[in-house]
Design a protein around this ligand. Structure first.
Ligand SMILES: Cc1cc2nc3c(=O)[nH]c(=O)nc-3n(C[C@H](O)[C@H](O)[C@H](O)COP(=O)(O)OP(=O)(O)OC[C@H]3O[C@@H](n4cnc5c(N)ncnc54)[C@H](O)[C@@H]3O)c2cc1C
Length: 376
């Protein structure tokens, strides 16, 4: 069987590796050549994403490129500790993650064509690319991100992502912070996420704004947003050695109604744009579960239906959490006070048992299906 994967970000290379593990021929078509290296935002992989990578033998290579941060810590801008949990994460630059996953995909025997953008799909599942080239396969996997082209091929009425009231900018700072903790500080006017990594102190400011920002980021104005907050936020901004580009957060709160049609399927942000937090983790999970369904379910259409059936409840639940997280970051002064009062209680509950559904999820790669069936 042959798969064509559109998009060589996070979900694409993982899907390629997982599909190679079940014996498929795979070609990944990626619009851009450069995975961005050290430029771009950082991502943090939680226990669930790391477990999914482990299932297909990729965890160690990814972990080696990042920094393990054993603690997750939440603070208010007034200096109050809102919560702390031993939630091990590996943090690394998104570009490094993509680079590593692409190398692993190539090692697994997948092909990768870069500089190739999907523009449409014609009869007979013929993918058409911006360079005029075409290709066909038994299955087209859309791992083409938040503005997915394959999503609208599958469903021309699919909703589009829109501005979510938050923008983010970050960088690598010379300012040193306590090692070992991934810290989120809900400040009076913006949120600061900070990760002390082997590559330096990485930070990202998340700034609420009713309209998307225009023009260059004013570094002094950004530092001033944190001036009244306790903690290192303002110093992190002031001592920045390398700036990462601004990203405008997008969301699609109602989700994507249709994930597959005629042996075309979407996964990762193409299926459920999540924003910062768990998006990369879910993209990895999706890719492994998709390959597992193709391995264990008789018939391609049935396998795609099974994939959606397994993944939809989890991604819907995570979309709700992502929405609540965004709301907590765009809170006005009154809601912010309520958040700071309630968060310690809610976080304790989440850290104990409430968050198990998120972090303990298993892609069940090694589970033998109840009624083994041949590959489609
Ligand atoms: C600032 C920021 C911080 C984040 N932090 C975290 C975090 O800490 N933890 C976490 O889990 N998630 C985080 N996320 C979310 C995470 O980055 C995404 O959810 C994840 O990258 C989704 O993976 P994906 O493969 O579905 O899409 P992407 O990573 O966006 O990859 C899509 C790929 O498809 C390519 N492509 C697009 N269109 C086409 C086309 N037509 N033809 C060919 N190729 C195409 C793109 O070039 C890209 O390489 C963060 C997001 C942002 C914006």
């Amino acid at each position: 069987m042959e798969a064509m994967v559109i998009g060589g970000g996070v979900a694409g290379p993982v899907a390629a590796i997982a599909l190679r593990r079940i014996g498929w021929d795979v070609t990944v078509h990626e619009a851009y050549a450069d995975p961005a290296g050290d430029v771009g935002s950082f991502v943090s992989l939680g226990a669930n994403g790391l477990r999914a990578l482990d299932a297909i033998g990729c965890r160690d290579a990814v972990a080696a490129r990042g920094t393990a941060l054993p603690l997750l810590r939440l603070r208010s801008g007034r200096g109050k500790l809102l919560g702390e949990a031993a939630r091990g994460r590996v943090t690394l630059m998104r570009g490094r993650l993509v680079e590593t996953l692409r190398d692993l995909a190539l090692e697994s025997g997948a092909r990768l064509v870069t500089g190739r953008r999907l523009t449409g799909v014609g009869p007979g599942r013929t993918a058409v690319f911006a360079d005029g080239g075409t290709a066909t396969a038994d299955l087209i996997v859309g791992a083409d991100g938040i503005h997915s082209r394959l999503r609208t091929v599958i469903d021309p009425d699919a909703p589009v992502a829109h501005y979510a009231g938050l923008w983010t900018v970050g960088g690598r700072s010379a300012h040193r912070v306590e090692p070992g903790a991934f810290t989120i500080t809900f400040g009076a006017r913006a949120t600061m996420v900070c990760a002390p990594t082997t590559a330096g102190t990485l930070w990202a400011a998340q700034v609420p704004s009713a309209t998307p920002p225009t023009g260059a980021v004013d570094h002094d104005a950004l530092a001033a947003l944190f001036a009244r907050d306790h903690g290192p936020a303002a110093a992190l901004v002031r001592d920045t050695e390398q700036w990462h580009p601004r990203t405008v957060m997008q969301a699609l709160p109602g989700g994507v109604p249709r994930w597959h049609r005629d042996r075309m399927v979407v996964l990762g942000d193409a299926a459920h744009p999540m924003g910062a937090g768990q998006g990369a983790n879910l993209a990895v999970e999706d890719a492994v579960v998709l390959a597992r369904c193709l391995r264990d379910t008789s018939g391609l259409d049935a396998a795609l239906a099974r994939y959606e059936q397994l993944r939809r409840p989890r991604t819907d639940q995570m979309l709700k959490v992502a929405g609540a997280n965004r709301d907590a970051k765009v809170a006005g002064p009154f809601t912010a006070r309520a958040r700071d009062l309630l968060m310690p209680f809610l976080f304790r509950r989440f850290a104990d048992k409430g968050g198990a559904w998120m972090h303990d999820y298993d892609v069940e790669w090694n589970t033998v299906p109840a009624t083994p069936s041949p590959s489609p």
